[in-house]
Design a protein around this ligand. Sequence first.
Ligand code: UT7
Length: 317
Amino acid sequence: MSIKVLGTGAYIPEKVVTNDDLAQLVDTSDEWIMQRVGVKERHVSVNETAADMAAKAAKNALEAANLSGADIDLIVAATISGETLSPTVAGMVQKAIGATCPAFDVNSACSGFLFALDTAVSYIERGTYKSVLVIGAERLSKLVDWTDRSTCVIFGDGAGAMVVTKGDGYLASRLYTSGGDEVIEIPSFGGSSPFYKTPLKHPYIFMDGQETFKFAVNKIAEDIKYVAEQAGITLDDIDYVVTHQANIRIMDFAAKRLKMPKEKFVINIHKYGNTSSASVAIAFDELARSGKLKRGDKIAMCAFGGGLSSAACLIEW
Ligand code: UT7
């Protein structure tokens, strides 16, 4: 299939919130969060929007790709936490980088970046666009209930970006949705209409942690096996796994289920927490910049979350 990665980038806001900081807000501890989730600290945006962070990650990716905004033919941004529905995060990035191309957002919660990447692949394969900027950017801190210890300790803010063009490095992919609001619900603004009588079930992010956990482990294992099979390779042929950074124990279980060495998994959850759609993009950028990747390496990426949704793809470097 038809893309190669020209450059990646990321942006993490400056403010660090440690587990000890959170223990001042809710009844929790560094020990519990490290043991049950694996987050040591997360970064929280004080005054940067998801679009601001997306633009910084995008500039970083453009620099790595040696391109300017004017070279980009399409921008697809995955987000659930833009400050406005319109302009979109992608539209704001277009302005910030001096591009003039079409730009739109996609929403598939934490799986969003891989849905956006797959969308970009389709346009490139169809021959409509040559160079596409794909972004995952989130300011989830504005959607979190900071009095709810079961969610506020998990999430963080940040953005990741990737510039892709025609190539032969997208070996297989899979998108999955099972619609419903029972397990995860992420509210949007209710408005102030006098005729609006449907109360929000959950004014902040709601998540049934254990159900999500089981779904995540099952989907990582199932989706990675699927893309490997589609690409005609074995799990041993996969050099790196970049999963959504939601819980270190999810990655542990998934590695065991797949019988893959944990060393192949890129892990940065301890630094950033769960940054939703930005998570895979940030982790991929770290891998790309680590100097470890060799031409021909195979990288499985997978994500899961609200929707419920999951997505996976296999990239050859
Ligand atoms: O990005 C979208 C995808 N999201 C995910 O993949 C998240 C998947 N789920 C998880 O990561 C985990 O389920 C959580 C981290 C959300 C929760 O961990 P858990 O091990 O499943 O905990 P639990 O909900 O079963 O709660 C166990 C105990 C409870 O206390 P009791 O009832 O046993 O007395 C909770 O009240 O831990 C308590 N608890 C906490 N204690 C200290 C829950 N949150 C905290 C906390 N600090 N922050």
